[in-house]
Design a protein around this ligand. Structure first.
Ligand SMILES: [Fe+2]
Length: 164
């Protein structure tokens, strides 16, 4: 089925494409920079999910219906494979030993990026005239919020986030 995009949808999707491309690059680059191996794995996994967002947006811009649950990147697998504190005992280091100041900066940066991107999708969802575009953007936004949750959970369990 071909999707006919409005001018506004096209404009927003092009911005989204730029944003997702940046997210892929950030997660990849931060995965190389992170000191904690657990965090490296998390960033690598999220880079792959951001790549899937990029694919979805590219499909929409080409007028094609995107596959939202492509590969193993759907939400259920995300929660099944999520890296939690229970993974920590398998490593020789305790989570506390990886309260790295550098890693914290990477996490704060990504959290603020995810916040911005989620906000961007909120506007884009409201501006979508096409049901398929709207649903795809809602799906991506949910995943961005889930990414934020994973970043927060890591920070919280490593003493990097002071919950008031
Ligand atoms: Fe994304």
């Amino acid at each position: 089925m071909n999707i006919n995009l409005s001018q506004k949808e096209r404009m927003l999707l092009e911005d989204g494409r730029t944003q997702e491309d940046l997210c892929v690059k950030k997660y990849q680059s931060f995965s190389n920079q992170a000191e904690d191996p657990e965090l490296k794995r998390l960033f690598t996994k999220l880079a792959a999910e951001e790549h899937h967002h990029l694919d979805i947006i590219n499909n929409l811009l080409e007028g094609k219906s995107p596959n939202l649950s492509h590969g193993n990147k759907d939400e259920s697998s995300l929660s099944n494979n999520k890296i939690t504190a229970s993974d920590a005992p398998h490593t020789s280091e305790s989570p506390i030993s990886f309260n790295s100041a550098n890693d914290k900066i990477l996490l704060q940066d990504l959290l603020s990026t995810e916040k911005y991107v989620s906000n961007f999708y909120d506007t884009s969802v409201f501006e979508s005239a096409n049901k398929e575009v709207r649903e795809a953007l809602q799906h991506i936004q949910r995943e961005e919020q889930r990414h934020g949750e994973l970043l927060f959970n890591y920070m919280n369990s490593h003493g990097m986030y002071d919950v008031k």
